[in-house]
Design a protein around this ligand. Structure first.
Ligand code: HEM
Length: 289
């Protein structure tokens, strides 16, 4: 799954399902539905208060207002959204960020310096450190700029004919928005293909390039009403996992190997070859591991 489907670009071909994507998707959806149903059945009412339990309580008892009720199918759809939307994207971005840091030792040293200052080598990374890791955040933004996980975002389809930038877009047209082209447009970015995290630190207004899609120059999570609903979770997870991996270990390529940054075309743009790195502990107190 996750590969491009020719029927998305040529809807007339959809009925033929030339690549078998629709059939495969239906089979996978049925398997995932089975998996999620069994998780829900096994959960019962064991008092754990996590996201699933909140949804199940709403499903079984309704909200405190007696109205905010969710159906079992809605619970399943939400879990499916998190699994499908949140796993490949986050792990892919983690891999790209580590690859860019290994490729750019200057940036890597600055991340280590920041971690030493903010966290310290006698401590482990806590959620409270994350807002102060500003250089790491710039590294993440620069990686998102050069490697947006979903370079064409989610396709749009206007429900009525509209005018946009002097073009008429007929009702029902499938519109793709090329975020990668915006992220690497030489009219918008200086040295667009160079990895330069500092560009995000030198802007005076730090909300100029936030992750929320308010600036059409930078759309790693899309924009508007289809903007990624998992954005805050994704950014915090990425920051926390990266900070912990980098703070705890030095990372080197295995001897005799070279790093390449080739990508593989798909709905989520992944590295062509998986990144392989060798970790060496760097914390002063081994009990922290
Ligand atoms: C680094 C991680 C992630 C990246 C780069 C990413 C990126 C995106 C992008 C670009 C879109 C399309 C937005 C648009 O077209 O305007 C999207 C949609 C979506 N994302 Fe994410 N996402 C990430 C993590 C997550 C997580 C953790 C979740 C769930 C917990 C999630 C759930 C979704 C869903 C459900 C949609 C579809 C929204 C809709 O069509 O209305 N994503 N994501």
């Amino acid at each position: 799954m996750g590969r491009p489907n020719v029927s998305d670009a040529f809807p007339l071909l959809a009925m033929f399902d030339l690549q078998g994507v629709q059939r495969e998707a239906a089979e996978l959806a049925a398997r995932m539905d089975g998996m999620i149903s069994s998780v829900i059945e096994r959960r019962g009412g064991n008092g754990r208060k996590d996201f699933l339990q909140v949804l199940l309580d709403l499903n079984r008892n309704g909200g405190s207002d007696g109205e905010s009720y969710v159906t079992t199918n809605q619970v399943k759809a939400l879990l499916m959204d998190i699994l499908v939307g949140g796993t490949d994207t986050t792990s892919t971005m983690l891999e790209w960020t580590m690859a860019q840091l290994v490729k750019h030792p200057d940036a890597m040293s600055k991340v280590y310096k920041e971690l030493n200052e903010i966290v310290g080598q006698n401590d482990i990374v806590e959620e409270s450190h994350l807002p102060n890791l500003t250089y790491l955040e710039a590294v993440i933004k620069e990686t998102f700029r050069i490697h947006p996980a979903l370079p064409l975002l989610v396709p749009r389809c206007p429900s009525r004919t509209c005018e946009l930038g002097g073009y008429t877009i007929p009702k029902g047209t499938i519109v793709y928005l090329n975020a990668y082209a915006l992220h690497t447009d030489p009219q918008l970015w200086e040295d667009p293909l160079e990895f330069k995290p500092d560009r995000f630190l030198s802007v005076e207004d730090d909300t100029k390039f936030d992750f929320q899609g308010n600036n059409f120059q930078f759309l790693p999570f899309g924009s508007g009403r289809r903007v990624c609903p998992g954005q805050p979770l994704a950014v915090n997870t990425l920051k926390y996992v990266l900070a912990t991996l980098l703070h705890s270990f030095d990372w080197k390529l295995p001897a005799g190997t070279e790093l390449e940054l080739e990508d593989k075309f798909g709905i989520v743009i992944k590295k062509m070859n998986p990144l392989v790195l060798v970790p060496t502990p760097r914390l002063l107190n081994l009990e922290l591991y």
